[in-house]
Design a protein around this ligand. Sequence first.
Ligand code: CAA
Length: 297
Amino acid sequence: MEVKKVGVLGCGLMGAGIAQTSAMAGFETTVREVSEELLQKGFAAIEKSLERFADKGTITAEQQKQARDRLFGTTSFDDLSDCDIIIEAIIENLDEKQKTYRQLDSLCKPETIFASNTSSLSITQMMSPTSAERQKRFIGMHFFNPVPIMKLVEVVRTILTDANVYEDAISFAQKLGKVPVRAGDKTGFIVNRLLVPYLLDSIRALEEGVGSIVDIDNAMKLGCGYPMGPLTLGDFVGLDTTYYIAEIMFNEFREKRFAPPTLLKRMVMAGLYGRKSGRGFYDYTKDAKDPTPMNLV
Ligand code: CAA
């Protein structure tokens, strides 16, 4: 099946990035949010990112306009009924996702592919309220932040995914300009299986006084060529999100390497979520481009 019309659920950080990427790749894209206000916020982020691409000459003014023209915002599920694929990027809450999928299952065409951008929940558990036919057309498509820039998509199959649907999803990811990797429905897929223990270990190293925030970050940036140090990356991903993913992975595997360190838990309790809240391992409130390391231990 050829994907022509794309639906995106959620216009937050990930949903907005996915919708923008889809529109830039030439797909008519409808993005649904729960309120007009959240929709406007998401569209403002898309606009800012498109401007960034246009300013640098990555896209022309005409391409920028075309991408805008292919994007539609809505607060109604009904507007997604004729989409060929729906990519869900709503809150990482199983009940909410299942409720949404149950509603969409009866509304969408039988051939519509359902794809979740979840980073850590089980695709198999998520699809359980949908019909047996839909379950064959249910996959994971896990994008990375910032979506318009990061090339990777993890395309996740369950034991019930139809082989042709899976190949359609792989080729759709390529048409989005991304590089798909194939992954099974195991918590964390490939990237978070490897990334989460690394991020948590960097926090443990800080707790144990192995190095300062800046030195831990510089060590991995300059010693291993990573674009960001692990503590900067934690702030970028969101420390609340990192904590939440770690909890899910720890519950699944019961392995210490996925256990959130005390410092991370305390930071989340204190509202230090990273960039999004202004403070995390660094303080972004005075100069977001040149943040100051926090005094945490
Ligand atoms: N829209 C458009 N352009 C953007 C952008 C956006 N949202 N974000 C960054 N850019 C552009 C910049 O304008 C810049 O372009 P030029 O090189 O052409 O000038 C380029 O991207 C690089 O940006 P910066 O110069 O601002 O900064 P940088 O060189 O440090 O790159 C970065 C920023 C691309 C985010 C880079 O630091 C990076 O790759 N960091 C690692 C990100 C990462 O690991 N993401 C995955 C997180 S894990 C996840 O998402 C999944 C999960 O489940 C937790």
